[in-house]
Design a protein around this ligand. Structure first.
Ligand SMILES: C[S@@+](CC[C@H](N)C(=O)[O-])C[C@H]1O[C@@H](n2cnc3c(N)ncnc32)[C@H](O)[C@@H]1O
Length: 355
């Protein structure tokens, strides 16, 4: 090493980026603490506040809260008002950290990353053995984090943008059709659609029984359990009746055999039916994905999606950055006659497939 020449500026820049990331990694648990204790929400509602004021409003200890606030201010997640020694959340900071119903709410992403990291020992071994790690093998916090993370994007896009972009689907949903949502997790997408289209009937399927139970509970809480049901079922073995619309939200690439799932979906679609496929945003070439979104998704894919797929039959392991061309090959290879990109958001691609 001592004889190796290096570019001082490049080293400086790289180290700078790594320090930003090291700081971000250390801050991630603090984001969860702020969320759990209502610190962001209190600051959004009552701010500006000093540490003592925020601690009093949230039933927490001032010394801890002061240190937390300074970490937040150094992260740019909270503003520090030096003249008064108080802290506040801007409208944008509140949208990202305090408002669960904002399309920009990101706390679920931090929750997911931290929970996924808990399999580091098992995953290290899996790198050597090639073994898969099933979705159900993760810490419970992962399922909640993923549901919260995706909810933000679905809230802003699913009913307002994505369904209208499909050919004739909105009118059929309004009239009343039968819908299956495969790999539904906690049923976020299923319930959003059921709430928007009261004449249609929805069934969410997921192989993970614990997630299905939570989805059922959410449907009961939303008062729609009579027409929005959830069943344990895999993508190659769900329901028997034909469905007019089948959806898969951010789950096709997690499956071991997405081509087998596509063939089965083709059989379960009613004549004239539509398969809506929502996948993480990605370009077809690696170099198109070397950006902040690709970075987050390649990492999530290494921690969750790729091991999940490898744990199932076939183990195709498309990865979360599969991109349109690979997805098209899977879907049309299974016999679908049409496959087109209908919409996209900064984090998702939306495809429509028909027999
Ligand atoms: C990333 S999560 C997405 C969950 C949900 N669609 C959402 O958007 O919030 C992937 C889901 O796919 C499910 N899954 C994975 N392989 C599956 C399979 N072969 N059949 C059915 N579900 C599967 C997992 O249990 C998990 O709930």
């Amino acid at each position: 090493m001592s004889n190796t020449s290096f570019n001082e500026q490049r080293l400086h820049d790289l180290l700078g980026r790594a320090i930003v990331d090291f700081g971000a990694t250390s801050n991630a648990p603090l984001v969860l603490i702020g969320d759990r204790l209502g610190l962001y929400r209190a600051l959004a509602k009552l701010g500006p506040l000093n540490a003592a004021g925020l601690a009093a409003a949230t039933g927490t200890q001032e010394r801890y809260v002061r240190e937390w606030l300074n970490a937040q201010a150094a992260s740019g997640y909270v503003d520090y008002l030096a003249d008064s020694g108080s802290y506040r959340l801007s409208t944008e900071q509140a949208m990202v950290f305090a408002d669960e119903d904002s399309p920009a709410f990101i706390v679920g992403g931090f929750e997911t990353a931290l929970a996924a990291g808990r399999i580091v020992d098992k995953l290290t071994d899996a790198f050597k053995t090639g073994a898969g790690i099933g979705w159900h093998e993760h810490d419970h916090a992962l399922f909640h984090g993923v549901a919260r993370f995706f909810r933000a994007g679905y809230l802003g896009n699913l009913v307002a943008q994505w369904i209208p972009a499909l050919d004739g689907v909105q009118a059929r949903l309004e009239a009343g059709i039968s819908v299956a949502d495969i790999g539904c997790g906690h049923g976020i997408s299923t319930i959003l659609m059921a709430q928007a289209f009261p004449n249609s009937r929805f069934v969410g399927f997921d192989y993970h029984a614990e997630s299905v139970e939570i989805a059922r509970q959410r449907a009961r809480e939303a008062g729609i359990a009579h027409r929005c049901q959830f069943e344990v079922g895999s993508a190659k073995d769900f329901g028997q009746s034909p469905f007019d619309l089948i959806t898969i939200f951010d789950a096709l690439h997690d499956m071991g055999d997405p081509a087998g799932a596509a063939s089965y979906i083709l059989k379960r679609l009613a004549p004239g039916g539509t398969w809506m496929i929502v996948e993480p945003y990605a370009g077809d070439r690696i170099e198109e994905n070397l950006n902040p979104i690709g970075r987050a998704y390649y990492a999530a894919s290494t921690l969750m999606c790729t091991p999940c797929s490898l744990s199932q039959e076939v183990g195709l392991a498309l990865g979360a950055q599969a991109g349109e061309a690979r997805l098209r090959a899977v879907v049309t290879g299974a016999g679908f006659g049409t496959f087109r990109r209908a919409a996209h958001s900064p984090v998702n691609l939306v495809f429509e497939a028909r027999a």
